[in-house]
Design a protein around this ligand. Structure first.
Ligand code: PLP
Length: 397
């Protein structure tokens, strides 16, 4: 099909229906009905056999000694940061991430020190981590951004040389492969999210994966008020448990994880090959031997070459009934919550966050949808000048 006039200029929209940014692959009602019946008949709705089975299945899958299910990735990170001794100093963390990577740091008493990302991988750049290290640095946090495995070896070397722990926010990590193996067994611990925009879904929930006995013990106690069972709490813990219902959904979702990851990679390959024909669009680079989960499919728009800036493209796509996001803009170091972070000069983070757009990526490929998304973006490029004239510059989305 030839691209016609963009909907924003009065053409008819590529899609009649709304195309959401993601569409989760969820277990069927039939499967869940059996599980939920069993849970209800057992009268054990939390701390039961589904959680136990989910944890042991995941420990096998990830190849780690301990897996602890928690109520969210955010609380899993908080308990891991606490266990890693981050409470007493500065922790290096990327700014180009979802805010939940950073927020648990102040809760445990740590100060975030923001590092820049690599222009190609969108993950924290080891050379930037080295630059911001100081005598008060007590740890490093890295993110497998959008599901692209971080520079694990580079970061492990820095952490080992310094003798400080390295923690991975692996919220986007399920479905990703590092050197051919599932992401999840590196650093002191890796923490996953099971919320609905990720590939492995429990409704809400998080997973802490670690080979470290004391981290596992701390998280198990910490998700249970710090109570070892005798009601003499060992520290001020939380309720961060995962219910049986969530574990049951997670177990079913685990059976579909590989197919979700394969579909998202097919989807991404399709968009890469077709959008790669247009000038001014660059893609996240994935190291050979690794697999991105494509929790998000995010591209960087160079306005001078593409003809439109990211915000106008997002607006034009919205008119075509296509959803998009600006992950991660604004970057965390500029958030109101971090008044001391905004003064930092993170060149690549600023460059990338102001030009990035996340396009729809689903856990099931659909040629009609893929074709329509490409067609819409081709239209926008072809009619870039007219779109630019029609819109006041810096019009937000
Ligand atoms: C989603 C997400 C989280 C938070 O996960 P929850 O399970 O919602 O707490 C943390 N870090 C990143 C990078 C995320 O995308």
């Amino acid at each position: 099909m030839e691209p016609g006039k963009p909907a924003l200029l009065g053409g008819s929209p590529v899609f009649e229906e709304f195309i959401p940014i993601t569409r989760p692959l969820l277990p069927s009602h039939e499967e869940l009905r059996d599980d939920f019946n069993r849970i209800l008949q057992s009268n054990v709705v939390t701390k039961g056999s589904y959680l136990e089975a989910f944890e042991s299945r995941l420990a096998d899958f990830l190849g780690v000694k301990h897996v602890v299910g928690v109520s969210s990735c955010t609380l899993g990170l908080l308990l891991v940061y606490q266990s890693a001794g981050f409470g007493s100093g500065d922790v290096v963390v990327p700014s180009f991430t979802f805010m939940a990577t950073v927020h648990p740091l102040p809760y445990v008493g740590a100060t975030p020190v923001f590092a820049d990302i690599d222009r190609a991988t969108f993950c924290v750049a080891p050379e930037s981590v080295v630059e911001v290290l100081s005598s008060s640095t007590v740890g490093i946090v890295a993110v497998h951004n959008f599901g692209n495995p971080a520079d694990i070896h580079g970061l492990e070397k820095i952490a080992a040389d310094r003798g400080i722990p390295l923690v991975f926010d692996a919220a986007h990590g399920f479905g990703a492969l590092f050197e051919g193996r599932p992401v999840g067994s590196n650093g002191l611990a890796e923490v996953f999210s099971l919320s609905p925009t990720k590939l492995l879904i429990a409704g809400e929930g998080g997973i802490v994966a670690t080979d470290d006995d004391s981290v596992a013990k701390h998280v198990r106690l910490g998700r249970e008020y710090g109570n070892p069972g005798d009601y003499d709490s060992l520290f001020a813990g939380l309720n961060a448990r995962m219910s049986e219902f969530h574990a049951a959904v997670g177990l079913r979702s685990l059976e579909m994880l590989e197919s979700a990851a394969v579909a998202r990679n097919e989807w991404a390959e399709n968009l890469r090959s077709r959008l790669g024909e247009l000038p001014g669009i660059s893609f996240q680079s994935i190291r050979s031997g690794d697999r991105c989960s494509y929790k998000d499919f995010s591209v960087v728009i160079n306005e001078a070459e593409f003809g439109l800036d990211r915000d106008l493209l997002a607006r034009a796509l919205r008119a075509e009934n296509i959803d998009s996001r600006r992950y991660h803009d604004p970057p965390v170091h500029t958030h109101t919550a971090y008044p001391d972070g905004g003064s930092m000069n993170l060149t690549t983070t600023s460059y990338t966050s102001s030009r990035i757009i996340s396009l729809p990526v689903w856990s099931k490929t659909d040629d009609r949808i893929l074709d329509g998304i490409c067609l819409a973006i081709e239209r926008c490029h072809q009619f870039a000048d007219a779109l630019g004239d029609s819109a006041p510059s810096h019009f937000g989305t």
